[in-house]
Write a protein that binds this ligand. Sequence first.
Ligand SMILES: [Fe+2]
Length: 215
Amino acid sequence: MYDIKPKTFDLKSVNGISARQLDEHYKLYVGYVTNLNKIWNTPYIPSNYTDSNPTYSKMRSLKLGETYSLNGVKLHQLYFQNMTGGNNTASGPLLKAIIDQFSSYDNFISYLTNVGLSMRGWAILSIDSIDNRFHIIGSDLHDTGAVWLSYPLLVMDVYEHAYFMDFGADRKKYISTFIKNINWKVLNNRFAKYVSALQITNMKRYNKYPFELPY
Ligand SMILES: [Fe+2]
């Protein structure tokens, strides 16, 4: 029996985005949790799925709902977590690594902003296991553009539901407000976990061909 509970976030610490906007957004996240529990509690009964096909079928609906709600849960948790907490100064090993790769902090923010302006769902700074480098991934939906074995470090929601109540169509203003609320302590913790996991993986599985840690 799946009974995943929504996480709670101290959204009172967010500056420049109203409580009403954040509350309504949080309700959407809770809805994804509810639907994920429903989907994962659906028993597999073969006789219910005799119509399976890639156009319209019960299994197709179940699988599309599963990836949409599962990614919806994960991405919103990462988003709310990395925009709360009040530690809003870019700093730490992650900032140094970002500057190494993107030339400057301003260049990174410019790139992130333009990805955010260009997508309909998400802009995500991730580090990819294939090259251990940063990539800013653009996604139109929770389950569109998702990249396997790519570790998200900074998650920015650019769905209209994230900002329209406060900012209308001025997405650029929302993005700049969001950026001011980034909790770099959270980001640095995520980065440290990735580097730590990479070191363990290298020792156990790739000792013949060790990857060079990029940072
Ligand atoms: Fe959202």
